[in-house]
Structures are given as structure tokens and as C-alpha cells.
Design a protein around this ligand. Structure first.
Ligand SMILES: [Mn+2]
Length: 324
């Protein structure tokens, strides 16, 4: 059984299906279970049709598979709370537990852990695991493209500071194993619906707030605004990066109202600790330059909290900008 975090992104699904395709080639019987649905722009991955999505009607089936699994491979998350209801099932399961991940603060639930916060993506670690097992020859086009997708998106298209020499070496290998980098990029990035583009236009022209003195820019979207453009899961994906792309901005935020409070995404440049703000003030965490959380407040209250927090970081916000 292979599982990954809620609302799987390309690294989550790519590592899951990359490992699944590899293990099937090794003769294993594999079932991938995701804690929730994921965006349609990931459906091209080989093995997508066989993924079991946890839900009310699949709960029993998930429970049985998890109970019977000899090996449970958990990918791209470090705490069992990241897989919602599946967390308890995995915790109670008797099979051998594997965790492969690059997030901070791992919980100690696995029997074997391949954990490296210096890795750009879980897919990078999966590639290294396959290599360490002496199975590089088994990496085919399908496996290579799953893994490539995760590395591509977790490095922001090979632009973030986590894009190391090793990242380029790994993706070069994946291309040599058949990954069509241009196709993967097109599948993942060039999938805008007209509504999504119009929503982006609205968000940029009407919603974006810039605090030039503080070197901060952010969006604060209400449920009404999100519904107006029939925003689906994933439709605000990448939005926060537009705020970070503004000249002179050190920290960018996206505040999204939902049925259970406000979802917060933070992005930063350089050494500015977005994860510290996410952890201290928004019940979240993540990487230094990309973090998130959720808080049970109104949208206005969440934004006010964010603004009040910035005072303590004034010097750091300025300093990271100066270093550029
Ligand atoms: Mn990841």
C-alpha cells in the first residue's frame, strides 16, 4: 500500500505512482490510496486509473487494504495528521512502515525512513532509493515521467533555491530514461481553463494587496470571490507566486476563506522563514520558502493577525531583500 498527503500535488502523486510502477515491475502487488481527490492535470500519470481515493464509500475498502498490506509506503509527508482519517488506519496497521519525505519535523511512525530536508522533492529521494536498490535499469518512461513531474513542481520549474546540482543531475537521468520533459511540463502547467485565467485576472487586479514598506504582498479571497469564478481545488495553485514575483517583495501570502476557517499559504525568498510564521501563528509549517497553515478566524481577522506579525520581522524582511 502506498499513500501520500491530502490534496496530492505532483510530488505526492508522482512519487506514489513512480514507486507503484517500479514496485509492480519488481513483481509486487501495489495499491495506491490518496486521502482526497487531486487535480485533473495529474491524471496523465501511468497508474492513475488504479488509484483508490478515500471517501465515505471507499472507507471500508481502504481499511481492508491497509490492514492486509505487508508494506505501507508513506510519501511526501512527515506527520500522520497529513493523511486525515487514513492516519489512524496506518498507525494501527501491522505491516512494515516506510516513510520517504523531505518535510521538517518528522513524526516517528515508520520502521524505515528515508528522510532528507535537503532534497527538493520526495520524487528525488524515490529516484535515489531505486538507484540504491540497484534498479536504475528498471526506470522506464512512465516511472521517469512521474518522478520528473514531482521534481519539476517542487522546485517551481527549477527556479527555487532548492534546485541543486543533484536535482539537475537526477532530472538529466530521468530524461535519459525516457521522460519527455516538455510533455510533462505542458500537462502540468498549460492546463488553464478560461475561468481560471479570468479568476487570476480578477485576483491580480482587484484583490492583490501590496505593502511596499514591509516588502510583503498578499491575496485575501472570500468564499464569494472563489465561488464567483467556480474555483475548484487547485485553482488557486500558484497564485501566491504572483505576489512573490513583484519586485522588492520578500514575503507573499494567500489567505483563502473556507468552511473551516482560513487557509494560509506563505512564500518567501532567501533565508526568510515563512515556515516559522506558519507554525507560530497559523497552526501550520512547511519549508523555509514555502509554508502553509489554517486558522479558525474570519478572513479579516486572519489578515489582521498576519499584518500584526510582520512588525516583529521588519528587519528580516528588509535584509533578505537587500541581499538580492
Ligand atoms: Mn514534496
Amino acid at each position: 500500500m502506498i499513500t501520500t498527503h491530502v490534496k496530492p500535488d505532483a510530488d505526492a502523486l508522482g512519487s506514489s505512482l513512480g514507486m507503484a510502477n517500479y514496485l509492480i515491475k519488481k513483481g509486487h502487488e501495489v495499491q495506491v490510496i490518496t486521502p482526497s481527490e487531486y487535480p485533473a492535470f495529474l491524471h496523465w500519470m501511468k497508474g492513475n486509473d488504479g488509484v483508490l481515493v478515500y471517501g465515505e464509500d471507499t472507507e471500508q475498502q481502504c481499511q481492508e487494504i491497509i490492514d492486509q498490506a505487508d508494506i505501507l509506503i508513506t510519501l511526501d509527508f512527515s506527520r500522520l495528521s497529513r493523511i486525515n482519517q487514513l492516519g489512524d488506519m496506518v498507525k494501527e496497521a501491522s505491516g512494515f512502515k516506510v516513510n520517504i519525505d523531505h518535510h521538517l519535523d518528522p513524526e516517528d511512525f515508520a520502521d524505515f525512513r528515508l528522510w532528507n530536508t535537503g532534497a527538493a522533492a520526495t520524487c528525488e529521494l524515490c529516484y535515489e532509493l531505486i538507484l540504491a536498490l540497484g534498479d536504475e535499469a528498471l526506470i522506464d518512461k512512465d516511472i521517469a515521467e512521474c518522478l520528473y513531474a514531482g521534481i519539476m513542481t517542487d522546485t517551481g520549474g527549477f527556479r527555487h533555491p532548492n534546485t541543486t546540482q543533484n536535482v539537475h543531475e537526477v532530472v538529466a537521468k530521468l530524461i535519459s530514461h525516457g521522460a519527455d520533459n516538455s510533455r510533462v511540463s505542458k500537462e502540468v502547467y498549460d492546463n488553464n481553463s478560461i475561468n481560471r485565467l479570468r479568476f487570476l485576472g480578477y485576483a491580480l487586479s482587484q484583490n492583490l494587496q501590496v505593502l511596499p514598506e514591509e516588502r510583503v504582498a498578499f491575496f485575501a479571497l472570500s468564499t464569494d470571490e472563489l465561488q464567483q469564478y467556480s474555483s475548484k481545488t487547485g485553482d488557486t495553485e500558484g497564485l501566491v507566486n504572483y505576489a512573490l514575483s513583484i519586485e522588492g517583495i520578500t514575503l507573499a501570502g494567500l489567505f483563502k476563506q473556507s468552511s473551516d476557517g482560513v487557509k494560509v499559504s506563505l512564500r518567501s525568498i532567501g533565508k526568510f522563514p515563512a515556515n516559522e510564521i506558519a507554525a507560530k501563528y497559523f497552526n501550520g509549517g512547511g519549508h523555509r520558502n514555502a509554508a502553509g497553515g489554517r486558522i479558525d478566524l474570519t478572513l479579516e481577522e486572519a489578515v489582521a493577525r498576519f499584518k500584526s506579525v510582520l512588525v516583529a520581522y521588519k528587519d528580516q524582511l528588509e535584509e533578505e531583500h537587500r541581499k538580492l
